[in-house]
Design a protein around this ligand. Structure first.
Ligand SMILES: NC(=O)CC(=O)C(=O)O
Length: 288
């Protein structure tokens, strides 16, 4: 059970530049400010310590397991000093000669509690608009991630992972209260799909969803410009906090008792037709 049932969560929608040390220093300052403002959980964007550009990604990669990750070291230091939990966005991780898009969850003792490697690599080709393939650079992760923290049980996905409802259903079936999706959502589908998908994952599973994007850089020279609009959504689809597209930290309140209330008011779990359709948790099935 979480130690706190009601708490503030901060979404740090950070600007990102090619200067890794500058990005890390900025993120540290913003996490400290969020903790001072009362946040017990801080969420960072997907790929916040370097540009989200596949061609330069390898040069920014960090060896997390080998203890050579300035980004994750900073997260550990600041989590321990501020006594908070951090869902540390993602950083390009190098391991066994492969590159992963990896999110570390760090606890108030500064320890890494979970490491999620992006499961669904983003690939899109809309002729004349956007063509992007993460799989040219990254290797996909193999493990869904649910982690028990001081602020409840959290499922982790990274951006494109949000498009796959089965993953969110699996997290709900494993008891998650909140799903955090560090993201860098694109401009081409942001307007139509971003809000919709966050609310869908929250409402279908009657839990909280938090997303965190980099701030949009309208002058970016890169092929990829982030949509922004980091948000915290409640289990009835209510918007509890939302950023625009600019540099901002937004803080929202999570009240875990809302989950029970919504599930009692609208008991989807007992109304489902398990005789007609069913979610299969492949890992659990294979290990039982
Ligand atoms: N970063 C991503 O995975 C991008 C994505 O999913 C998108 O639709 O944009």
């Amino acid at each position: 059970m979480p130690q706190v049932a009601q708490y503030k969560v901060a979404l740090c929608q950070l600007p990102v530049s090619p200067d890794k040390h500058g990005n890390i220093a900025r993120a540290r300052a913003r996490i400290e400010a969020a903790a001072t403002a009362g946040a017990k959980l801080v969420v960072l964007p997907e790929v916040w310590s370097c540009p989200y550009a596949m061609e330069t990604m390898p040069s920014y990669a960090e060896d997390i397991d080998g203890g050579r990750s300035p980004s994750v070291s900073m997260l550990s230091e600041v989590a321990a000093a501020s006594k908070i939990t951090i869902v540390g966005g993602s950083v390009p991780e190098v391991a066994s000669g492969q590159l992963f898009n990896t999110c570390c969850v760090v606890g108030p003792d500064g320890e890494i509690k979970a490491k999620h490697r992006k499961l669904h690599l983003f690939g899109i080709d809309i002729p004349g608009d956007i063509n992007f393939r993460e799989s040219d650079t990254f290797t996909a992760g193999q493990e869904p991630t649910v982690v028990d923290t001081d602020v409840g049980r959290i499922g982790i996905g990274i951006c494109h992972d949000i498009r796959f409802p089965e993953l969110a259903m699996l997290y709900r079936s494993r008891g998650a209260h909140l799903i955090c999706y560090p993201s860098a959502f694109n401009m081409s589908t942001g307007q139509l799909l971003w809000d919709l998908m966050q609310k869908s994952r929250a409402v279908d599973n009657q839990l909280f969803v938090a997303t965190c994007s980099p701030a949009r850089d309208p002058n970016s020279q890169s092929d990829f410009v982030a949509w922004g609009h980091s948000s915290l959504i409640g289990p009835f689809g209510e918007v509890l906090a939302a950023a625009g597209h600019e540099d901002a930290t937004v803080i929202g309140e999570i009240d875990l008792s809302l989950i029970r209330a919504v599930r009692e008011n609208l008991p989807l779990e007992t109304q489902g037709r398990g005789d007609l359709y069913r979610l299969i948790d492949v890992q659990r099935e294979c290990s039982s």
